[in-house]
Design a protein around this ligand. Sequence first.
Ligand code: UDP
Length: 237
Amino acid sequence: MKDLKKLNRVLLKLSGEALAGEKKTGFDEATVLDVARQVKQVVDSGVQVAIVIGGGNFWRGRTSENMDRTKADQIGMLATVMNCIYVADMFRHAGMKTKVYTPFVCGAFTELFSKDDAVAELEKGTVTFFAGGTGHPYFSTDTATALRAIEIEADAILLAKAIDGVYDSDPKVNPNAVKYDEISLDEVLAKKLGVIDLTATIMCLENKMPLMIFGLNEKDSIAAAMGGQFNGTYVTV
Ligand code: UDP
């Protein structure tokens, strides 16, 4: 297993809903500024940070049978672009250098993703945002997270979630659910724990990409995870 206490390059995944805070939709500025403060601490300590953001605060996928899945997914991908433009701007406000990449052309709003370009920026200390998912329907921001983390050769994926780790059953349903401190991707798959979607799980397994899962709502959880004070679940390869 990689030494997850010595991380040099990470990919942080934030769900769209996490950005909305209590409001559940749109953005909660205080939440985003708090994420920015923590990421700055991590970047200032010399860690390279890439970010993928979901789109759930704007769009939850196909709303009816009348809608074509591909079109619904395109709207979802555009929602992630809006999120990245907003969060990158808040990060700039907090004093970080940022760049937003998309896998499709968005005019002058973003830059077309290239591994070489993104890695060169990461090495300069720029926080790179991978917006627009994979650019393809029938995928998710989980898949985009796995793909980009593998491509940029990140040491680990940091998954900041509404829940503070991986449990053996849903703690909302089962009050006796037990949280894992560590679990392998093989077990995640065998037990169908649904940490990330199936496609993303298999990509991480095949490419030996470990994950750290933790709660975004816990105070300073991003900075603490990177500082070795990790309270979530290590998903090992
Ligand atoms: N999406 C897609 N292809 C991708 C990534 C995302 O089609 O490569 C779409 C998908 O329809 C999803 C939406 O974008 O509904 C937003 O992503 P996601 O649901 O993963 O966001 P989250 O729930 O993490 O906020």
